[in-house]
Structure formats: C-alpha cells, structure tokens
Design a protein. Sequence first.
Length: 277
Amino acid sequence: MCRWIAYTGKPVYLDTLVTKPDHSLVVQSRHSQMNFTTSGELLSINGDGFGIGWYDEREEPGLFKDDLPAWHNTNLDSLCHHIKSHTFLAHIRASTTGDIQRANCHPFRYRNWIFQHNGHVSHFNKIRRALQMKISPELFPLLQGTTDSETFFYLAISYGLPDNPKAAMQKMVREVLQVLNETGQDGVLNLSCAFSDGNRLYTLRYSYNEAPMTQFVSTDTNCMQEFANSKPQIPAGSTIIVSEPLDDISDKWTKIPNNSFTTVFQNEVKTERFLDD
C-alpha cells in the first residue's frame, strides 16, 4: 500500500508538508505508523517510488516522479524547498500491482488533472484487459504504466471526470465491481484517492469486501504541532487531506468516513456519501 498527502489553500513551499514535519511524507516512506496489510501486518516501508504534482501560475500542473525511494532522491529536498504551490499532491509508493518503474509512480497527469491512489483491486491481471477496453479510444494510447491506479484514472476521465467528478468516479467504481464480480471469485476493491484540476481538490474513500484505507482531513493551522520538534504551520484558510497524519494522531485531524466523496473549494470542505447501493 501507499501513503499520500493533498493540500489546497494559500501557497506554501512543498517542504512545509513533504519533508519538514516530524512525521512528514518522507519520514512515512520509512516509518509509516498506520499502513497495515490485509493480514494486519504493519508495512512501515514505502520505497517503491514517489511523486509530486503541483499547480502554480500555469494551468497544467508540474510533475516530478522517480522510482527511487523518497529518502534516497537527492533532488527532492531541493525541489520541495524552492517550489511554492497553492494546490499539490504527493505520494510514496508501496507497490501492489505493476513493476517498480517511473511510469507506475503517482500522481498521474492528464491535461490539468492529477490523480493519486492508495489501495488495490484483486485479480487485476485477470480483469485488466476488460477494464482497459472501456477506456475511450483517444485516451487509451496515453496509458504509460501497468497499475490498476492509472487504469482507474483513465476510466474516470472516459466517464466524464472533468465535467462531473463524483458521477464519473461512481460509474468507474460500478464498472470495476461489475467486471470483478464476473470473474466468479471473491474480490476486493479498495480506493483512497485524491485528485484535482487545480481549482478544487477531491478525495474518495471507498472499500468493498475489505477494511478501508485510512484518510484524514485538517484545516487546523497547528495540525503538525503534536510532535515536540514540529515547526511548520499551514496558513489559515488551507486544507490538508492525508492517508496518515503528519503528527501524532490528535483532535486536529478528522477521520473521513468510508464510502465518502470529499470536495474542497476555497477552504470549504464538503463530505458526502459516495454510493447508495
């Protein structure tokens, strides 16, 4: 499984969240505290690559990805120290499907959209072809990697993500479940996703036949102060959504319920039920 953060609000340097907090995303790449496998084992290492997608003054987001562990890339600290962004996604990977290669690292980008995911679908090797056949013909050549995550992203775009993100994700999930059930085997789908067009930030927390991946939200400027040495603060009027808090778990972080679709716009956080069936 993976760890990720998503931020939107007043512009901050990326290192405010990615490298500086005592339990930053880079620290989580070696010392995750909440990344449990389906068997209950703590997976503390997330070393199969990383990526950051950010928005600044240009419409298309910047993207930096590598298949090295986050703690091993010497460019990451420098980039995060110098890049300032009002909305960004960052991800560290522990692979479930797909080889360890740059094309399989998150976030994935399509025009002004970026998307990242923690979770998996069972039997992906069996259902991959059926799912990818549902991707729009003009989008199919854009697939670069071999992950279920990238397939989910391009399915959602095919189903109208830019126009109606929630409806597109609902249709994508229903299609995946239908194809999964057609295998005749017990199946699992687990989705903790974050995605953005640069104006709004969206997240999804949904699980079928498995305990859901964790997801937390905070608008508290002191949400990284629980550890004794934490220094950075987020500006007022900003929102962070994470798979694992950047400090000790405290009342500054609110757990997002399972089967929830969250929209953040101008620091208004709206969480609603995702699927009714």
